[in-house]
Design a protein around this ligand. Structure first.
Ligand SMILES: *Cc1c(COP(=O)(O)O)cnc(C)c1O
Length: 364
């Protein structure tokens, strides 16, 4: 090839990659960051120093423990994983979603409700799998008859259900979930990324349903920078996934830091409780605003709907006020005119609400 020739990736890569858009993250430098469901609190000074001290015993010249044995044991214990189940760790639950989908035959179908966490569709499409979605009802509940029909029609190898759901924030009807698990011959991935903020988990059900897997992450709890998630289920399934996992996917610093963090459950409980209290306050304040419809949340964020065609304007004006939230309106469908705000600290939330009130008053 001549040195000056322009190289065309489509000559080498799969065609589905050409039609994908990269996952974009807006630069939030200097802004109040309420867009990504992060915990707003960092470690207090004394815990920060304990953490740094704990890292002194890390050997960065050596490869990490490929099985992350200490961390795995601790995660099983803390999350009360049934003794008959195994877990697999991922570099964030995103990596676990990728592993699950990479294990499927290319002809397989994947099913999820819509709206759902975007990575289910993004990764399915990047692998050329057949991704199908079934719209939620207008109150963001599972449309059980439509889900059961889709299971019949597409025979999905994997069904993703986030519980609570992202970006809507609600828990699904438990009975509907159980009927979906029973009706499917494929695997059901119950994504419990927001378990810390909800009073509902399918971990105890792992022993009831052999095709159920429960996935969790430390990201939303307050450790998004570590990139650590895990999935629990029948040992045979976990052993198969483990074959395609890269051997050192959980790095030494993540292993050590997560082990340290899991020894501070009181700190996380305190932070989580503060976030849940703020969630109630922000919800009530949003409820009092004209031209805003707010949806109940069991997660650390709140979805709300603006008057028709105002979401883009409000999102842009909030940015001018130095506040970054998430604009879901471009996704259309049930998310038209919808914005999502992550619960921050008390002062961050006040700033957000004050800015929103000012903007709404200007719009009248
Ligand atoms: C944030 C999120 C994830 C990704 O978590 P990571 O562990 O940070 O990769 C997975 N599922 C849902 C529903 C999420 O909202």
């Amino acid at each position: 090839m001549p040195l000056t020739a322009k190289i065309n990736p489509n000559n080498f890569f799969r065609p589905e990659i050409a039609s994908l858009n990269a996952y974009k993250v807006i630069d939030a430098t200097g802004m109040i960051k309420l867009d990504a469901m992060e915990n707003p609190y960092s470690f207090p000074e004394d815990i920060l120093n304990q953490w740094l001290a704990s890292l002194k015993s890390c050997h960065l010249n050596r490869y990490p423990d490929p099985q992350a044995r200490e961390l795995s044991q601790l995660l099983k214990q803390v999350n009360q994983i049934p003794a008959t189940c195994e877990i697999l760790l991922g570099n964030g639950s995103d990596e676990i979603i990728q592993l699950l989908l990479m294990a499927l035959p290319t002809t397989a179908s994947v099913l999820a409700p819509a709206p759902a966490f975007v990575m289910y569709q993004q990764i399915s499409r990047s692998l050329g799998l057949n991704y199908h979605s079934v719209p939620l009802t207008t109150d963001f509940e599972l449309d059980l008859p439509a889900m059961l029909t889709a299971i019949q029609t597409y025979q999905p190898a994997i069904i993703f259900l986030a519980h609570p759901n992202n970006p809507t924030g609600n828990l699904f009807n438990l009975n509907a979930i159980k009927q979906i698990i029973t009706a499917s011959n494929g695997l059901i991935i119950l994504d419990e990324a927001y378990a810390a903020f909800a009073n509902s988990s399918f971990i105890p059900e792992l022993e009831t349903y052999p095709n159920l897997l429960v996935m969790r992450t430390l990201s939303k709890l307050g450790l998004a920078g570590l990139r650590l998630g895990f999935i629990a289920g029948q040992p045979e399934i976990i052993a198969s996934l483990d074959k395609i996992r890269l051997p050192y996917n959980i790095n030494t610093l993540t292993q050590a830091s997560a082990v340290f963090a899991l020894s501070k459950p009181e700190m996380f409980t305190q932070q989580t409780q503060a976030i849940c209290q703020q969630r109630t306050l922000v919800f009530k304040q949003l409820q009092n605003l004209d031209n805003i419809q707010v949806y109940p949340s069991s997660a650390n964020f709140i979805l709300f709907k603006t008057a028709t065609d105002q979401a883009n304007i409000i999102f842009a004006k909030l940015k001018q006020h130095g506040i970054l939230i998430k604009n879901l309106s471009p996704q259309g469908g049930l998310l038209s005119d919808c914005l999502r705000v992550t619960i921050g600290t008390e002062s961050e939330n006040k700033n957000f609400l004050n800015a929103l009130k000012t903007i709404l008053a200007e719009l009248i």
